[in-house]
Write a protein that binds this ligand. Sequence first.
Ligand code: ATP
Length: 458
Amino acid sequence: MTKQILEKFDMEKIVSLCRRRGFIFPSSEIYGGLSSCWDYGPLGVELKRNIKQAWWRAVVQERDDMVGLDASILMHPQVWEASGHLKGFSDPLVECKSCHLRWRVDDLKDSNCPSCGGELTEPRLFNLMFKTFMGPIEDEASVVYLRPETAQGIFVNFQNVLNTTRKRLPFGIAQVGKAFRNEITTGNFIFRSREFEQMEIEFFVKPETAKKWFNYWLEERLNWYVKLGIKREHLRLRPHTKKELAHYARDCSDIDYQFPMGWSELEGVANRGDFDLVRHASHSGKSLDYFDEEAKEHFTPYIIEPSAGVDRSALAFLCDAYDEEPDNDEIRVLLHLHPSLAPIKVAVLPLSRREKLAKVAKEVYADLRQCWMVQYDDAQSIGRRYRRQDEIGTPFCVTVDFQSLEDEQVTIRERDTMNQIRVPISELKTTLAAKLSGEELFVLPPGGTIWKVEKEGV
Ligand code: ATP
């Protein structure tokens, strides 16, 4: 992002782009919206799927010490007793005596209401878990909770996974899923909402190796964001002070991102020690020990937990990718999204709607969509269509022109540089596959030529 842009960059630009182009809408908008809940539109759902897929690929598919899980959202109420959520998952809260808005004590800068300046009540604890009832009778015995984190589903399945996969330490379990928190202060778009998605890893290790694995996962997770395009200088590690540490944690560090509203947590990496397995073993009466065959001893593993948010990651990827460039008298808005995250990988654009051209363009489109999410756009000028694709982060546009009818070649235009090459249609799929995997645009396939150099050296 250019400096000039960064200075006037604020969340409104992202919110407005997301709304305008169908990434994210307020939930239940026709009824006036539901506070801090969001709906992901046609492009947003692709972005989110791509983030989750990239995460799963990095932490499960490409590793042999990790397996996946998909536990149910509703869990036995005792889980939350054992985890400490029923007792400890509360934020101290104050209420304004005049306007009745509630505030988190941690967020207050002075002793009056930030909204109207009114007097505030004494703090009281407020449990963040959503309650509901299971079965036909709504009484205390049927209370269940919507999970406030996915982690507990992993802990209670530790023995199941161990027995069925025959994994040995160190190994981890990964899970992606919805979590719900009745947050007091929400806002900053999808940064903090009441329904969100998490991507969590619980990595089980021998206690004496916990520190090493904690550092390993911190670095691994930080690098994941960088590999997917977030600028390193927009990320920082922030170790928790002793006072800040959650009740279960021995060590914790946040991976912060420089969001438009300032540095804020993107992901937390914690050393949870043996807290969770010991608690669940004592509440359930089931052993959650591990037997080390070499040392012939039983012990409770320690757990390293990298816990990320899908929505916060989406926001960080969008903010980091957002850019504006002068374009004659206008501004070219573009998202420099990494190709593996871009909702649409390729757009097919016939230069005109004439039948002969449309036929070839539709054939190209039909062929490419076997491999990727591809858009076909034949409305308005080619310049406008390029801009529409730039704004949603589509890495490549394929243009079918009149010459294509003669030479069976098409042009490929790269989003970031606007440079173009011309390639035979028979080479198009393999060429795009290579470019989407990071190959330089000007590395040409057989029969390919450099077509247009828009910005040299970019
Ligand atoms: P915060 O202090 O910002 O409320 P937290 O420390 O409570 O976050 P964790 O419990 O560590 O968050 O959750 C792990 C991750 O889940 C966070 O790093 C974040 O990406 C995501 N997350 C947590 N709460 C929310 C929320 N209300 N909305 C969106 N994402 C969330």
